[in-house]
Design a protein around this ligand. Structure first.
Ligand SMILES: [Zn+2]
Length: 234
């Protein structure tokens, strides 16, 4: 194998690793953001249920006030009835009392339903609170993990870059810039072996002249279709 190809393969190995690491650096904030979204969702769901519970409690309070006021009316009517002498008025008061009692009974039914609903929503709130706590914990963990991983990745990239700079010194500048251009362009493997008479990058057939040049291992040969740098692999 050409010495320059061997060097290029070493440089490429480092570059591909750097690219993979850079991708993870880019992905980590997205993972943290997703955890943040999940926390927001959990907190919103909790807030909705808490609002619902407050509304139910206000409704119950109003019902209690209505029952109390109706009871007061009944007490007043009761004492009036005690001093009434004629039968007709007495009957009218009793009817009014019955009517108020029926109203109270209806309100009490609503209050019972309200209490059941409050219990139900209360249980949901308990679940949602737990979920929000878990989501907050997950976000914290995700942030810590991402921070630690990013530091490790940045250090590894720095080490790889300096190693690469050393290796690259052994390449002709024109070959290095040809390689750089290709890598920037393809963001993928650009120094590839020939495989069964085809380019190992784009899989197009190579011309017999190209194969001959490759086999002789005297110069850098590129694929006519994709411009990748080829090497002979027997
Ligand atoms: Zn090709």
């Amino acid at each position: 194998m050409l010495n320059e190809i061997e060097i290029l393969l070493k440089v490429q190995e480092k570059d591909l690793r750097i690219m993979a690491l850079a991708y993870r650096l880019k992905k980590n904030p997205e993972i943290v953001n997703k955890a943040g979204d999940r926390l927001k969702e959990a907190e919103n769901a909790l807030k909705d249920k808490e609002d619902m519970l407050r509304k139910l409690q206000v409704e119950r309070k109003n019902s209690e006030i209505q029952v109390e006021s109706n009871n007061e009316k009944i007490a007043k009517l009761d004492s009036q009835a005690g001093s009434v002498r004629d039968n007709k008025t007495y009957k009218a008061i009793q009817n009014e009392i019955l009517d108020l009692k029926a109203r109270i009974s209806l309100i009490e039914d609503t209050m019972l339903e309200n209490m059941e609903k409050c219990d139900e929503v209360g249980a949901q709130i308990k679940d949602l609170r737990e979920k929000a706590v878990q989501a907050k914990k997950a976000l914290g963990e995700s942030e810590t993990r991402a921070k630690k991983e990013n530091e490790e990745i940045e250090k590894e990239i720095k080490d790889l870059e300096s190693l690469k700079t050393e290796i690259e010194k052994n390449l002709r500048p024109e070959i290095l810039s040809q390689y750089r251009r290709l890598l920037n362009n393809k963001k993928d493997t650009v120094v590839v072996p020939s495989k069964n008479g085809s380019c190992g990058g784009c899989f197009m057939s190579l011309t017999p002249q190209c194969i001959m040049k490759l086999k002789s291992e005297m110069q850098i040969v590129t694929c006519e279709s994709c411009q990748r740098i080829l090497y002979w692999e027997s």
